[in-house]
Structures are given as structure tokens and as C-alpha cells.
Design a protein around this ligand. Structure first.
Ligand code: NDP
Length: 316
């Protein structure tokens, strides 16, 4: 495994990490999820991603049980949560100081840990002043409940505002952003965030490196029955896929297939190393609904050197 500094912090995060969105509880039971987490950890993965919203808190409960059962030393892994969608009541959502505090306390209980390594604002909240959010996150750091805070899918303008507030009041600004980044969705990461990577050296833990499985090429042959596109409550993923099933997508999948055949690796592995090649990526969060998928995806780190500058150009 390769370890990268998370932005300008001293935290060494594994270049490949493991997340639980859709999969934990909905597709993986406790035994299967335990096998995946144990395998990932044995391969050097040290970051496990979660959120209060995943399976309405049940994903954190499951991960907490597994961490306890596997009995890992607390100083050997990084675990996250994200706040924004905690429940239906007005006080259970958004980025107010109250909700951030409540969400953090609940995540600590569900994950059965004394502190969170990373705590994210899952989305921007236009109804809460950014100043309130920055102060709330700084307070959680001072209380020792979280080590680093970050944003997810904030605009670069919102992130810059957070940094300016942090500077003005001598508070901790965000250490990392969690955006979607893959060969199909690359504009925000590569263009809009260019300045924040350069000026603020923010870290990034990127999500959906396979665009929910699209980049494996498997959906071109039709949607398999056992797929997240058929998981109850995630029908919108299928709708989005069908809406975006454009020439641009077909063209990229064709290029990926051709190059992966040439390199003798899978399309999933090529798509993952394509993400890893970007120096602004601190960690690629993998998703997997089986140990087989996870093994294939983690193996991609062994092929990173196959993708040199010339081959990267083929994919642009
Ligand atoms: P991916 O884009 O890699 O999608 C993972 C899914 O693709 C799997 O569950 C599986 O779906 C399919 N898949 C994965 N590997 C293979 C393979 N080798 N062969 C065939 N199919 C494969 O990542 P995710 O969308 O899961 O995102 C990763 C993590 O990022 C999440 O778990 C979460 O922690 C985080 N995230 C954060 C978000 C945010 O807003 N901050 C949003 C979304 C994710 P199937 O079951 O259909 O086979």
C-alpha cells in the first residue's frame, strides 16, 4: 500500500480506502462486511469511510461492531463520519452547531470509538452561516471529539470562504474535501478545485472512482439483477445512468476497454489507477458489494506504474 499525506496535514492516509455507502446493510451482511474490512486492513488500507446518512445510521452501527470484533489498535486506523442528513426533523439536518455536535456524538456511539479521525460536512448548507460551521468544527477539534474536519461537494467559493473565516479567527480550516472524481466526472476536481489545491493544499478523499460500477463496463451488457441499481431506494442511480448513457460515456468505456486489455488489467483497475495518478488525490475510496470485487479493486495499486504519461493521454 502507498500512504499519502492528507493535504497539508501530517496524517498518512492509505491511497486506497474503503467506504460503506449502499453496500453495508443493504448488500453486505455482518459476516461479509467483516471479511471485506479485515481483508482491506490486511492489505494496508487504514481509512474506512462512513456517514450518519448511510443506511440511516445502521452502516455506522455495523462498522462499529466490526471494528470492535476485529480488535484493531485505535492508533492503526482512520474512521470518518459525515453530517448533514441525520433525520427528518429540522434540528436533525444541516450544518448548524447543534446538529454537528449531535451528529458527532451519535456517530461516536454508533462506531464505538472515542474520537473520529475525519468529520465531514456532507454537503454545503445555504441556511447556516459558514462561520457557524467553522466555529462548530473547531470546537469539536478542541474537545478532542474529532481530529480533522472537511467538506464534501462544497463549491471552491464556499471552501475559500471557510479558509478565510478560519484565518480571521485563528481557527482550524478544512483539511480535506470529499468530491466525486472519476474519468466520467472530472471537471469540478480538475478545474474548479485547481486553485484550492494549489493555494490551500487541501487533501481529497474521492468517491465513486468507478461511477457506481459504470466504469467496470458491466452495465453495457445490461443491468445485472444483483446490482446497486436494483437496490431498493437507489432507483435514482439507474435513472441517472440511463439519462447519462451518452456518446461521451460510450467513447470513454471503449477507450478503457481497449487500454485495459492491452495492459492486461480490468477496466475497474484501470479506472482506479487513473484516479490515483492525480497528485491532488489523497485517497481513493473504494466501494464493493463482494470480497471478489474488493480484491480486484485493491489489487489495482500493484499496476499503478503501467499507466505512464503517454497512456494517460489516450484516456483524455
Ligand atoms: P464505486 O464508484 O467504486 O462503486 C462501487 C460499486 O461498483 C460496488 O458497490 C459495485 O456495485 C460496483 N463494483 C465495484 N467494484 C467492482 C468490480 N471490480 N467489478 C464489478 N463491479 C464492481 O464507489 P462508491 O460509489 O461505492 O463510492 C465509494 C465510497 O465513497 C462510498 O462507499 C462512500 O464511502 C463514499 N461516497 C461518498 C459520497 C459523498 O457524498 N461524500 C457519495 C458516494 C460515495 P454492485 O453492487 O452494483 O456490483
Amino acid at each position: 500500500m502507498e500512504y499519502r499525506n492528507l493535504g497539508n496535514s501530517g496524517l498518512k492516509i492509505s491511497a486506497l480506502s474503503f467506504g460503506s455507502w449502499v453496500t453495508f446493510v443493504n448488500q453486505l451482511n455482518q459476516k461479509e462486511a467483516t471479511e471485506c474490512m479485515a481483508y482491506a486492513y490486511d492489505q494496508g488500507v487504514n481509512f474506512f469511510d462512513n456517514a450518519e446518512a448511510y443506511a440511516s445510521g445502521k452502516s455506522e452501527i455495523l462498522m462499529g461492531k466490526i471494528i470492535k470484533k476485529l480488535n484493531w489498535d485505535r492508533d492503526s486506523f482512520i474512521v470518518s463520519s459525515k453530517a448533514f442528513w441525520g433525520g427528518e426533523l429540522p434540528t436533525q439536518r444541516g450544518l448548524s452547531k447543534k446538529h454537528l455536535n449531535d451528529a458527532c456524538i451519535s456517530a461516536l456511539k454508533r462506531l464505538q470509538v472515542d474520537y473520529l479521525d475525519l468529520f465531514y460536512c456532507h454537503r454545503p448548507d445555504p441556511e447556516t452561516p459558514i462561520e457557524e460551521t467553522v466555529f462548530a468544527m473547531n470546537d469539536l477539534i478542541l474537545q478532542g471529539k474529532i481530529m480533522y474536519w472537511g467538506t464534501s461537494e462544497w463549491s471552491s467559493k464556499e471552501i475559500v470562504t471557510a479558509f478565510k473565516i478560519a484565518k480571521k479567527y485563528n481557527l482550524r480550516g478544512p483539511t480535506m474535501e470529499q468530491p466525486q472524481y472519476n474519468i466520467l466526472f472530472r471537471e469540478r476536481f480538475e478545474i474548479e478545485y485547481k486553485n484550492i489545491f494549489k493555494k490551500y493544499r487541501i487533501g481529497s478523499t474521492i468517491w465513486s472512482p468507478l461511477a457506481s460500477g459504470i466504469l467496470t463496463g458491466k452495465y453495457q451488457k445490461g443491468i445485472p439483477k444483483k446490482s446497486r441499481f436494483n437496490v431498493k431506494g437507489y432507483e435514482w442511480l439507474k435513472e441517472e445512468f440511463e439519462k447519462n448513457d451518452t456518446d461521451k460515456q460510450t467513447n470513454i468505456l471503449t477507450k478503457l476497454k481497449k487500454l485495459s486489455d492491452k495492459l492486461n488489467i480490468t477496466m475497474a483497475q484501470l479506472s482506479i489507477i487513473w484516479c490515483l495518478k492525480n497528485p491532488n488525490v489523497s485517497s481513493v475510496i473504494l466501494g464493493a458489494s463482494s470480497i471478489k470485487q474488493l480484491k480486484e479493486n485493491l489489487d489495482s495499486i500493484n499496476y499503478i506504474d503501467l499507466l505512464d504519461e503517454n497512456k494517460l493521454k489516450i484516456l483524455t
